[in-house]
Write a protein that binds this ligand. Structure first.
Ligand SMILES: Nc1ncnc2c1ncn2[C@@H]1O[C@H](COP(=O)(O)OP(=O)(O)OP(=O)(O)O)[C@@H](O)[C@H]1O
Length: 257
């Protein structure tokens, strides 16, 4: 087993004339909460999209859990063990809360969604197990009492929790969260912080993009700062916070946050 859960070297992505990522290296040790921050347009979402197979990289090598993986399609990345959430919540709004998590779980099971719909005998047994696990995950993220509710009727903060439960349902080795605190009020942010600490305490590795610098600094074990598609700093929150290049990127004349 390698020490690093995720090792990325030289990730690059160009959109026409814009070099959105150039040679980004990132190493995440097991069990860490790792933060990826940077001013607007720095390339954070592009990086997420590249490592999760939504965008084809122009270059780079990608290793997860000691094995090379090719981020060529989202379902292959999910199978390799990365689950992600999106900046804009993407739930099945008309399905129940429980069903939303069950959909995530089907990535890891044999029958798949079709089998579950056709309700063969084996599928029925598997479906019962999926249902049980989905309820456990809802309890874990703190919304178990809303299992039968239609997803779109959940509060904003609870929809974010549901997204996280759905991602955890795939048994990921890496949980990648794209701005989970976006649009949250202060109380919801505190709740999110507690939840992420609880997830890490279970041994789960987390990669986090987040605009709320206070949340990131108080939560992450290590941080990479991107600016104009390049890493400009890497280290603990305390190291990153006093790095002159980071201060310049956020506040300096060239700052574009
Ligand atoms: N599909 C695309 N086509 C063309 N340009 C893109 C595309 N996606 C992103 N970009 C450009 O790449 C650069 C990086 O954008 P990206 O969204 O990755 O930054 P970000 O750090 O996530 O920003 P934000 O904090 O605002 O979400 C920006 O200049 C953006 O306009």
């Amino acid at each position: 087993m390698t020490e690093n859960l995720l090792s990325i070297s030289g990730a690059s992505k160009r959109f026409g004339g814009l070099q959105a990522l150039s040679g980004v290296d990132l190493r995440i040790a097991r069990g860490q909460i790792y933060g990826l921050i940077g001013p607007n347009g720095a390339g954070k979402t592009t990086f997420f999209n590249v490592i999760t197979g939504l965008y084809q990289p122009d270059g780079g090598s990608f290793e997860l859990n000691g094995r090379a993986y090719s981020p060529s399609a989202p379902h292959l990345v999910a199978r390799a063990g990365i689950a992600r959430t999106f900046q804009n919540i993407r739930l099945f709004g008309e399905m129940t809360v429980l069903e939303n998590v069950m959909v995530g779980r089907h990535v890891r099971t044999h029958q798949g969604v079709l089998g579950a719909i056709l309700r063969h005998r084996a599928a029925r047994a598997e479906e019962a197990a999926i249902r049980k696990r989905a309820q456990e995950l809802l309890d874990f993220v703190g919304i178990g009492q809303f299992a039968a509710r239609t997803a779109r009727h959940l509060s904003y903060g609870d929809q974010r929790r549901l997204e996280i439960a759905r991602a955890l349902a795939t048994d990921p080795v890496l949980l990648a969260l794209d701005e989970p605190a976006a649009g949250m009020n202060a109380t919801e942010k505190l709740g999110l912080r507690e939840l992420l600490l609880k997830i890490r305490a279970n041994g789960q590795t987390i990669l986090l993009i987040e605009h709320d610098v206070k949340l990131v600094m108080g939560l992450c074990d290590r941080i990479t700062v991107l600016d104009y598609g390049k890493p400009i700093a890497e280290g603990t929150p305390a190291e990153v916070q006093k790095n002159p290049a980071v201060i310049e990127a956020y506040l300096g004349a060239g700052g574009h946050a």
